[in-house]
Design a protein around this ligand. Sequence first.
Ligand code: NAD
Length: 359
Amino acid sequence: MYKICVFPGDGIGQEVTKQALKILHTVAQKHHLVFDVHEGLLGGASIDAAGVPMSEEAAELAKSSDAVFLGAVGGPKWDGLEASKRPEKGLLALRQTLGVFANLRPVRLFKGLENHSTLKVEIIRDLDFLILRELTGGIYFGTPRGIESLSDGSGEKGVNTEVYTTAEIERIAVKAFEAARRRKRKVTSVDKANVLESGQLWRKVVTAVQKQYPDVTLDHRYVDDCAMQFIRNPKQFDVVVTSNMFGDILSDEAAMLTGSIGMLASASVGAKTALYEPVHGSAPDIAGKDLANPLASILSIAMMFEHSFQLSELAQEVEKAVEDILSEGYRTADIYGEGCRKVGCEEMGELVAGKIKSA
Ligand code: NAD
């Protein structure tokens, strides 16, 4: 039996989580598995109920689970709150509580969606690689940081600091090489070692870790070159590992190779309990209208099967069901094209569940 903590969150988070749970229960029923699902509040929903973006109770629930699923948090209702009290703080607190330090984002183009990218079909057809972004270090957390006045009174200066330790680089490099062993055994490490000392250390440590994985090849790229290669020839990549800020930027660039943010799943892994969530936010513009694409959430459940429960076959079963439904031409509005059959969030979930049942 696996204990799963679920935070639907806000906006379309509620709608896509409902469909993700539908898939979880469908798989459980079919394969006689027991998933002990506990729902909690996070983000705006938690602010409304408990006055904080993540309560102690929610933190305890997450920590005591085998895996955590999150829909999305945030929305205009809470935009006026000061930064430390906003819904997004709940997500950062959750990541800290779970100690997740590596964010895995598969960049996979499903058949039939080639026309949703701005790139030529031959560049992106069958695209399938994985980005690992370091999640808890680097310039987003390093000190000193802040905005201070200049002593000569001529203005202010904004300061942020990129810091990485050997241990922080080693642990994400290990995750990257392990992931590559389950794929095509190729890691590309991305840094800016020609300009930054933190990048020089990054390159040195990743190179050292590779010695434990002689069956996996390693190449290094500067981030500016990598950004260009994503557009020029993205199929050359298998596993890309990089720092927090570079990963933030590169993964959004990569998202556009696959057509819609509504298709992108993610896993954040660390010491024990991993966190699974669609890459997208709460999409207030379409919330409550049954327009959201639930496939990113459904594919995040597939990642949970694979990474937290070592149920790779079930992960593949879910992915295959998604693939089949797309190849039959069913599309939510964000991936709709001429000649396709337009469906809502709820119906898309039903269709995928039906495929799993009948497979
Ligand atoms: P967003 O991802 O919510 O939406 C960006 C655009 O993509 C919108 O046009 C939206 O309609 C569309 N979109 C997103 N998900 C979709 C889906 N599943 N199906 C179809 N279309 C989809 O990003 P945003 O508008 O910048 O942010 C909205 C709110 O979400 C903000 O409060 C932001 O802070 C929050 N946010 C939360 C997370 C998270 O919880 N992990 C991530 C990003 C943004």
